[in-house]
Design a protein around this ligand. Structure first.
Ligand code: EPU
Length: 464
């Protein structure tokens, strides 16, 4: 196989062959795996070294959209969802609804959902497995029909992703939940009944799932130790816009008074927190000057604080953030935490920026147990990285160098994009479909800021 784009020369930093990196590199599938792949493969190719400058508009949030689309099942009339992002995961969620007999109509960024025609409670196995957020169908279907049959979901390769708190919540609401192989079968002979539910672990998905189901339960549900991420507030606002009675979303105690019916609504999805953050990081990492429009600066406070600490200039006003950087960055320490702490979804792209900061940065991942698969890929580009359990140490070097790397998951893909934009030379990112799961029109957006990014499809080359 050869890449149509051709013509790159990877220039690994001498440290790449060194002791500290070796163990990291050995854990990586890397480029060679994609060479053995028979099917024509797509790549994202980046000519690095151009500072990002200009203005960019942020799209609707992927994670909020996934929760809202799943929750739209509960509506007893038609609900209209606006500002829906064009990303693969959202497309799959819509297909999941359709597979259950729900009528959907999409026009541009607007989706109309009519769940009155729902005819099934078991989405197709392979489709549901594609998406972690398919687990929201457990809460939505239990609330709507009193039964759900959903497989343990797939999603990105970032470590164990339990559902115990989701299922604990459903059981507390009165559902019987059985696990048969990797299938979850939940049913409730009677209407779900409100309950006090203490989450043993702060979980975004678990909080959303229980919130969705509790809307249609009889009486009051109190969710304690709830997650506070922006998409928790978003799904609560969406459900309330249909007549649900949810209070306290965004705090760690959420109260849900169940209602009989949910009426029609028209609701616009909030801007994507992680796309905003990725653009902020890319602007800073390329020593650029980017004005990001249509975002929510208060959602970005943890990232902004860390960028400021690293020596980046960040100004915000209303729904605009401007990020400027023209010098070397300082090494910093980052620890991922639940909101309003530093988001795990931005840990990976931030590692790319820190690869060229002055000094040694420490990055601690405390949400997922295997969210460092981007490090071996960064090492291919010359980064000096070392992993010790959940702590990564990144010793800054002057430059990254273009190389053949792999997007091992969605945000690892974003890390590769940021690194490719920063690097000297050409970076080829294999498996860019991971990036498509969560970033809308990323190639166009980056190119409009002066980047040189293209997608190429490999063609068979028999002479190899
Ligand atoms: N966990 C449990 N038991 C549960 C639920 C979660 O042990 O019942 C654990 C998980 O194994 C994980 C941790 O708790 O270690 C956090 O999981 P959480 O439920 O909070 O995350 P999630 O709902 O699976 C969502 C986002 C992720 C984002 C995390 C954290 C969606 C669809 N996904 O995942 O987004 O990283 O919250 O903020 O909203 C991404 O967009 O790239 C992405 C992975």
């Amino acid at each position: 196989m050869s890449a149509q784009a051709g013509g790159y020369e990877a220039q690994p930093h001498p440290f790449n062959g060194g002791g500290e990196c070796r163990s990291i590199l050995s854990g990586s599938a890397g480029y060679s795996a994609s060479l053995q792949n028979e099917a024509p493969a797509e790549k994202m190719v980046i000519d690095g070294g151009y500072p990002l400058t200009g203005e960019v508009e942020i799209g609707g949030g992927k994670n909020p959209a996934l929760a809202v689309v799943a929750a739209s099942l509960l509506c007893d009339e038609t609900c209209v969802i606006e500002n829906l992002p064009y990303v693969e995961d959202v497309r799959v969620m819509i297909e999941l609804l359709e597979s259950l007999g729900v009528k959907t109509e999409r026009s541009g960024r607007t989706l109309a959902v009519d769940a009155r025609s729902i005819s099934g409670c078991a989405p197709p196995y392979e489709l549901a497995r594609k998406l972690r957020a398919s687990s929201y169908l457990i809460g939505a279907l239990l609330g709507k029909l009193g039964r759900a049959q959903v497989p343990y979901p797939g999603g990105c390769n970032i470590g164990k992703r339990g559902l115990d708190q989701h299922l604990k919540g459903m059981r507390a609401l009165g559902a019987r939940v059985d696990e048969a192989g990797d299938m979850i079968i939940a049913r409730s002979a009677r209407k779900l009944a409100g309950a006090d539910i203490y989450m043993d672990k702060i979980t975004v998905g678990g909080t959303i799932n229980v919130l969705i189901a509790a809307c249609r339960a009889q009486g009051l549900t109190v969710i304690s130790n709830a997650a506070k991420e922006p998409h928790i507030v978003e799904v609560a606002n969406f459900l309330n816009s249909m007549g649900a009675r949810i209070k306290g979303a965004g705090t760690d105690v959420i109260r849900v008074q169940g209602v009989e019916r949910l009426h029609e609504t028209s609701y616009a999805i909030i801007p994507d927190q992680i796309e905003t953050g990725t653009m902020m990081i890319a602007a800073a990492a390329t020593r650029g000057d980017v004005t990001i429009r249509g975002c929510i600066p208060t959602h970005m406070e943890a990232l902004t604080a860390k960028l400021l600490e690293a020596g980046v200039r960040v100004d915000d006003r209303d729904d605009v953030i401007r990020v400027r950087s023209n010098g070397a960055h300082r090494a910093i320490a980052i620890k991922t935490q639940v909101y309003p702490g530093f988001p795990t979804d931005l840990q990976q792209p931030m590692c790319s920026l820190l690869a060229t900061a002055r000094g040694t940065s420490t990055v601690t991942e405390s949400i997922f147990d295997d969210r460092f698969r981007h490090l071996p890929e960064l090492a291919r580009m010359g980064a000096r990285v070392r992993l010790n359990g959940s702590d990564a140490y990144i010793e800054g070097i002057p430059h990254l160098y273009g190389a053949a790397v792999t997007a091992t998951d969605l945000r690892a893909g974003a890390a590769m994009v940021v690194a490719g934009l920063m690097a000297h030379g050409v970076t080829e990112i294999a498996e860019p479909h991971y990036i498509d799961r969560g970033y809308e029109l990323i190639t166009d957006k980056l190119n409009s800021l002066g980047a040189r990014v293209r997608r190429v499809t490999e063609v068979a080359d028999d002479s190899l």
